[in-house]
Ligand binder design. Sequence first.
Ligand SMILES: [Zn+2]
Length: 307
Amino acid sequence: MLNRTIKYLFIIIAFSALSIQTAAFSKRKRAATLTSTINKPSVPLPKLPGYDPYHSDFWSKPNYRSTIVPILDYLRSVEYSDLPEEYDIWSDTKINPYQVSLVDMSDTVMIDVSGYCPPSVKHVTSDFGFRRWRHHYGIDLKVHKGDSVFNAFDGVVRITKRARDYGNYVLIRHFNGLETLYAHLNKITVRPGDTLKSGVPIGLGGNTGRSTGYHLHFEIRYLGNPINPNDIIDFNSSSVKNSILALNAEHFEYKKEIDKIRYWTVRKGDTLGRIAQRTGISITKLCSLNGIRRNSILRIGQRIRYT
Ligand SMILES: [Zn+2]
């Protein structure tokens, strides 16, 4: 009997030792994967062709740091070990390679946003939220030609790319778990793998891609899912509302509203009257939802929102 108990005890000890070892191994492995994604940053930094701090009113803001801090070694040794597993994925082409929905996330994630530096201190020109045809997943901030755009939090550049809609854009993975995206830039002055302090210039504001007029399109994401920047930042004072963001499912409630939206695709012979009949939505409502008039001409293939 005693013999058997000792035998079982031995088996239990052996198993727990094994699992501790496995855990240690997987942590090591993960750390290795992550550090290997941080390439050697381009030194000296920042390299800023065309950058002229006197061109921007940026420096006149009293709450802004007056010097650009170079990359510090400690930043390079920061591990992403507290971040969700999905961040093991490191893509330098896809904005959202994670494919996780956070609409029903059950826990609250505490995110340190105290290191925030404004990418641009000028006014908001267009807010996060619904636009006539689609959701606007970022906030638009005014920039003038020649104005620098600045990194919002400490982190590593993941993507620098030119796209049809975003124009020249930069996406940065931050050590606090957020990712930020800066679009319509005229010039990009960082490269994927660069480790950046917050407040370091990443390029020049511009008007590239699907953009009318000089502005910065700024997005904040967590695991690929956009967050309303107003949940974190007070854009009047260009500072964070709280130094810690308690991120939970409420921040992704807006996605449920998006899912409710339905579109009717205009086919040959469709009129507003016919669409109203088919969808059960009045012509007046259709007009106001779509910003059109009763006598507006419908194009085949045009999407008419009806809820
Ligand atoms: Zn925008």
